[in-house]
Unconditional design. Structure first.
Length: 260
């Protein structure tokens, strides 16, 4: 079974997970951090590994033109369905392909904004992937990259599972296996990704933490309580760009702009 087949096979489980409070919060934080750096004008956006449109559709609703790329056809089918239901199908084009193949589809730097959210942990060559992403971005264009934070693994083992042996073993973890998508996952620190982006000709605009505390709270029932969730969202929004909280968040979000 290929990686794309595994993602296709997980579509129903993924759609269910999207309704959970931790994933609703994740997308709220993504959008909030990105909005700090986007102008009010309509922009051309490339959403790499955009799945079922969790990032693309809200941007299309704001008036942006989005090219959505994913190698799971079932994810793309769901994105098309959602775009049609929300009246933005004319503002979203979908492309069933891989990140490595993007230069053949988009041979020039044609995008004002390039999103690569939760993709680089699944690719074999992260620096090469970032080089491709940079080359697809116009001069001064924005790049947003999100990935699982390596440091969160030890903290989750210690706080959620209270397994201190596991926490110790994960101090230097660099890879694991995704239970959701049944595929290998690589772990990076934010600084590793920032260094590669800098080498690819990008300048840092923002380093954010996504879910600074939610993933270390054991009580999932509380997270589903509307009043608790509202307070948690307010706290997470306030913490996302504050040192040192963003360093240990479950995900990091790096936003840069390209310098030619």
């Amino acid at each position: 079974m290929t990686s794309a087949d595994r993602f296709d096979a997980s579509i129903d489980h993924w759609l269910h997970l999207m309704t959970e409070p931790w994933n609703r919060l994740r997308y709220t934080l993504y959008r909030h951090n990105l909005a700090r750096h986007m102008t009010g004008e309509a922009l051309s956006v490339l959403d790499i590994g955009g799945g079922n449109g969790g990032d693309s559709i809200p941007l299309a609703l704001q008036g942006h033109q989005v090219a959505l790329v994913d190698y799971s056809q079932k994810m793309l089918d769901e994105a098309i369905k959602q775009a049609r239901e929300q009246g933005v199908e004319d503002q979203i084009s979908v492309h069933h392909t891989t990140l490595k193949s993007l230069p053949t589809i988009f041979p020039e730097a044609a995008f004002d904004v390039v999103l690569c959210h939760n993709v680089i942990q699944y690719v074999d060559d992260m620096p090469q992937a970032i080089k491709i992403i940079s080359e697809l971005t116009r001069n001064a264009g924005i790049i947003s990259i999100i990935s699982t934070n390596r440091y969160s693994e030890t903290l989750q083992a210690a706080t959620l599972r209270m397994d201190l042996d596991e926490a110790l073993s994960k101090l230097d973890v660099t890879n694991t296996h995704s239970l959701v998508f049944d595929t290998p996952v690589n772990y990076y620190s934010a600084q590793e990704v920032i260094d590669v982006l800098t080498a690819a000709g990008c300048e840092l605009l923002g380093h954010y933490g996504v879910r600074c505390v939610m993933d270390y709270i054991h009580d999932n029932d509380a997270k589903g309580d509307p009043e608790f969730y509202q307070k948690l969202e307010r706290l997470e929004l306030a913490m996302s760009d504050k040192y040192p909280y963003y360093l240990t968040a479950r995900f990091f979000q790096i936003i840069t702009h390209r310098r030619l």
